[in-house]
Design a protein around this ligand. Structure first.
Ligand code: ADP
Ligand code: NAG
Ligand code: NAG
Length: 328
């Protein structure tokens, strides 16, 4: 049995759709309110659980409020295949999960986010403890550990622990937030890295290609690097130890008859697509196929609200000849 373990923060998102961005000290009526699970890893897991088969177990490793809180119940109820026990850490003294309040501007599709998070972050010791616990109780010793690039020093410690004690795991990290120090060190230690456009631009790279060209010299010899660029698509580079490089790029996947409706979690969906491709088709899909799959999945995500039924959409409608969905 293989395991995919996503490590990151769990948010509860409240999305208010507004006809225009509010001006300060004014009153505005929202046209819609939606509550859903948020945060990078929860998004990725919501998509991934639609695709994985019996050969893989999915786990979420996060700090959550008390086991009996409404927030924890909401998280538990949100998933069908993702396991949160025994991987999650419960903070008994807290009842609120980290929260995001998102203004989705119906006019421009911009999203403006206000976060609130009082939960103390995971410590190095806690990560090691949880990874060890999973390895013993679930025999989780091979597969993928995917990290949201959030608390770099703790993750770096975690990566060192995994390399030394659980070498059956491949490691991926996501470098998304431009202002966060230490993500470069994580990128340099991972088997696969997902760079976002905002991180790349924050580092003065003017395109995905430029970002990966520079990052090629800073990462492991056989790393897989991906950089997504919103409506301009994505680029991937597979390096190998002998110095050869395979490059692939794709234009964003679009449907003429459908407009972009909700881009929240587009990057997280892309990552889910790549993690699925890597874990289920690592050997038998080429880099081009993996990239096209993840890109189409992310493109289908942005034309709908939320993450529901993306596997269904891919299964019924994709023209990718090598993708044969498992029919329920
Ligand atoms: N406007 C769009 N049209 C089509 N596909 C999109 C659009 N925006 C994002 N995508 C898809 O989602 C992927 C990730 O988008 P991006 O905006 O870079 O992520 P993030 O959620 O990190 O901002 C892109 O590489 C592309 O495949
Ligand atoms: C990016 O460019 C700006 C302006 O030239 C500079 O101030 C900043 O230090 C650069 N950032 C990085 C990460 O190199
Ligand atoms: C592709 O590889 C996956 C595992 O990587 C395997 O489960 C699947 O059966 C393979 N499919 C084909 C068509 O070879």
């Amino acid at each position: 049995m293989k395991h995919i373990i996503c490590v990151g923060a769990c948010y509860l998102d409240t999305i208010l759709t507004v006809p225009k961005f509010p001006t300060e000290d004014s009153k505005l009526r929202a046209t819609k309110l939606t509550r859903r699970l948020g945060g990078n890893c929860p998004n990725t897991l919501s998509v991934l659980e639609q695709f994985i088969d019996e050969s893989i177990e999915l786990h979420f490793l996060a700090v959550l409020p008390s086991e009996h809180s409404g927030a924890t119940k909401f998280i538990r109820d949100s998933y069908s295949k993702v396991q949160i026990d025994p991987s999650c850490i419960y903070r008994v003294a807290y009842d609120e999960s980290p929260s995001s309040y998102i203004f989705q501007n119906g006019e421009t599709n911009s999203r403006t986010i206000v976060n609130y998070n009082e939960l103390p972050e995971m410590t190095k010791e806690e990560f090691v403890h949880q990874a060890h616990l999973l390895s013993v109780s679930k025999e989780a010793v091979e597969g993928w550990y995917h990290f949201e690039g959030r608390i770099p020093d703790i993750i770096l410690h975690g990566i060192k622990y995994l390399r030394a004690s659980l070498p059956g795991f491949k490691i991926s990290v996501e470098a998304e937030k431009p202002g966060r120090e230490g993500l470069q060190e994580l990128a340099s230690a991972a088997d696969a890295v997902f760079f976002s456009r905002s991180w790349a631009e924050g580092h003065n790279y003017s395109s995905a290609k430029e970002c990966l060209t520079a990052q090629a010299t800073l990462t492991l010899p056989d790393a897989l690097l991906c950089c997504t660029w919103g409506s301009a698509g994505a680029v991937a580079l597979q390096k190998s130890g002998d110095g050869t490089e395979v490059w692939q790029s794709v234009n964003a996947w679009t449907m003429k008859t459908r407009e972009v409706r909700d881009t929240i979690g587009a990057g997280d969906t892309f990552i889910a697509g790549m993690l699925f491709a890597l874990s289920h088709h690592g050997e038998n899909w080429s880099l081009k196929q993996k990239l096209e799959f993840a890109n189409e999945l992310a493109g289908r995500k942005v034309i709908q609200e939320g993450f529901a039924d993306l596997a269904g959409q891919m299964g019924l409608n994709t023209k990718l000849p090598w993708y044969t969905p498992k029919l329920a």
